[in-house]
Design a protein around this ligand. Structure first.
Ligand SMILES: [Zn+2]
Length: 73
C-alpha cells in the first residue's frame, strides 16, 4: 500500500466532500481503484486511525514500557 501526492485535479472521494484531492492511496489491486482524498479528509482519517492504533512516536517511553510489560503477562 502506498500513499502518493497527486498532481492531477481530481475530486476527493470522500462522501460529502467537495474539495480537490491532494493524495491518492494505492493498494495495487486490493480495491477497485486508487482512493483519492484531500488534506482535510487525510487528517480526519488519521485521527480515526490513531484512536485504534497510536503511533509509537508520540507515546512517551514510560507508557511504551508499561504496555510491553503488560504484553508479557
Ligand atoms: Zn476530502
Amino acid at each position: 500500500m502506498e500513499l502518493h501526492e497527486i498532481a492531477h485535479r481530481v475530486k476527493c472521494d470522500f462522501y460529502g466532500c467537495n474539495n480537490l484531492a491532494k493524495y491518492s492511496f494505492t493498494t495495487k489491486g486490493l480495491i477497485k481503484r486508487d482512493l483519492c482524498f484531500c488534506e482535510e479528509c487525510l487528517r480526519g482519517m488519521y485521527k480515526e486511525i490513531s484512536k485504534l492504533q497510536t503511533p509509537k512516536g508520540i507515546e512517551s517511553p514510560f507508557k511504551l514500557k508499561k504496555r510491553l510489560r503488560r504484553g508479557d503477562e
